[in-house]
Design a protein around this ligand. Structure first.
Ligand code: PHE
Length: 467
């Protein structure tokens, strides 16, 4: 018999709701803004290959673990960890995993909201300017305006807090299921536009033809970090949503669906963007502005482009919102449970924290551009710290908790699986492969430069043996 802990927050009404909510969390700026520009900065195909490998070999197995922990604990990630640690008669230090995850969420929200603000500002662009040079210059002018960036950032945090204050259960079910497919349709339209730019093949081969000499320890860590970021893994967002999942829903299939949808959207965004980059003589490595410098060209040149452009940035902002609420939720749920505060107070307090930090991220594109932490601007440093360190570290500990702390019988029961090949391979990945690989990638990155380049040569030659 499956003994289910009663959920503190209630469960979602239908099995689609978890998929929608988790996809809502996963699909966002990470797919449409971060994936293309990171792929462009990291040299294209080789990065994409490693990214896909990270999604399927490490991301999906850890996602399964995270959902499972969430559903078994049925409360905020921090309290879930504390409850499951008690059940496994082990140290309460595991609560820290939930707590640092909640912190990672707020740190991500601080810079995520700045970019979401750009997307909101572009709703009003009008998409009349057809020249690539002028569009790029417009984006530069926008970035140089601290007040504009802070205004849009503040508005985005405000909307996020308003939604979270009302409660995720009420906020989510209604809207994701119609708007997400619409976003998908516009991305397909953009891909069709990309097909007739004259640089479609060039774009595709940039994205999918790996040049192994481009693989460095930095690129591998970037790909791994991107996999965690885009799947919303390693900080408790998926765990927090797992707490609302109905008891009889199959976790494995669900994780696979969410990850496939997420990966599909990212790849399609890349397929739309890179042909536009090459057809207009732009640089793939132009950085965080890439999407805002390319897609307006497409909208200005396609039939009904102004309409589609406006709609696209509205939908992108909403996709960003359905991710941002999951960034703040682990912290909010924790405060509500532990301090018995109102949801609205908790959301406001944490929203304020992310808002203040985010102001520094916004200013790091203009007034404090020169201010650097470890040779990175505030924006880049916050992104680096969360995507490349905190999320992968969180992933390691989630894998260790599932693989070494939880009882195997409990896991089998929660996953509703028999001990067949699929379970055994997954269990092996979670116990050994995921912690070792992720740990190795982080350590390799921290090596001194001369050892790092030796490691890169070694990895490149191994890859060449296989592919
Ligand atoms: N996955 C989201 C995106 O791709 C961002 C996110 C990261 C959300 C981590 C929650 C947790 O936009």
């Amino acid at each position: 018999m499956i003994e289910q802990r009663k959920s503190i927050h209630g469960t979602w009404s239908s099995r689609w709701t978890f998929i929608l909510a988790a996809t809502g969390s996963a699909v966002g700026l990470g797919n449409i803004w971060k994936f293309p520009y990171t792929a462009g900065e990291s040299g294209g195909g080789a990065f994409v290959l490693i990214y896909l490998a990270c999604i399927f070999l490490i991301g999906i197995p850890i996602m399964l673990g995270e959902i499972m922990i969430g559903r078994r604990g049925r409360s905020s990630p921090a309290n879930t960890m504390s409850y499951l640690a008690k059940q496994a008669e082990t140290s309460q230090a595991w609560t820290l995993l939930g707590a640092t995850g909640a912190l990672a969420g707020l740190l991500i929200l601080s810079f995520y909201s700045v970019v979401a603000g750009w997307a909101m500002a572009y709703i009003f662009d009008g998409f009349q300017e057809t020249s690539a040079v002028a569009i790029k210059a417009d984006f530069k002018i926008f970035q140089a305006n601290p007040l504009a960036l802070i205004f849009w950032h503040s508005l985005f945090i405000f909307i996020t807090v308003m939604i979270v204050a009302r409660g995720i259960l009420k906020g989510l079910e209604a809207w994701i299921n119609t708007l997400m497919p619409m976003l998908f349709v516009i991305i397909i339209l953009l891909c069709i536009y990309a097909m007739q730019t004259g640089a479609f093949i060039e774009g595709l081969s940039y994205l999918f033809k790996p040049d192994f000499s481009k693989i460095t320890s930095d690129v591998i860590l970037t790909a791994l970090g991107q996999a965690f970021f885009t799947l919303s893994l390693g900080m408790g967002a998926i765990m927090a949503y797992g707490a609302y999942m109905p008891a009889d829903q199959n976790i494995g299939k669900t994780a696979l669906t969410v990850a496939s949808l997420d990966t599909g959207v990212a790849l399609l965004a890349g397929i739309a963007i890179f042909p536009i980059v090459f057809a207009n003589g732009l640089e793939p490595s132009s950085g965080p502005g890439l999407v805002f410098e390319t897609l307006p060209i497409a909208f200005a040149n396609m039939p009904l482009g102004a309409l589609f452009g406006t709609l696209f940035f509205i939908l992108l902002s909403i996709a960003a919102l359905s991710s941002s609420i999951s960034l703040i939720e682990p912290g909010v749920a924790w405060l509500v449970e532990s301090l018995k505060t109102k949801r609205s107070y908790a959301a406001m307090a944490l929203g304020c924290f992310a808002w203040i930090l985010g102001i520094f991220s916004a200013l790091s594109f203009n007034l404090i551009k020169e201010f650097e932490i470890y040779e990175m601007t505030v924006f880049n440093f916050t992104d680096f710290l969360t995507s490349k360190i905190m999320l992968p570290m969180g992933g390691i500990f989630i894998a260790i908790f599932v693989g070494w702390v939880m009882k195997k019988e409990d896991i089998l029961e929660e996953l509703q699986m028999r001990e067949g090949v699929i379970f055994k391979s997954w269990y092996f990945v979670v116990r050994f492969i995921a912690p070792i690989m992720v740990g190795a990638v982080i350590l390799n990155f921290l090596l001194p430069d001369h050892l790092k380049s030796k490691a890169s040569v070694f990895i490149q030659s191994i890859l060449k043996l296989f592919i």
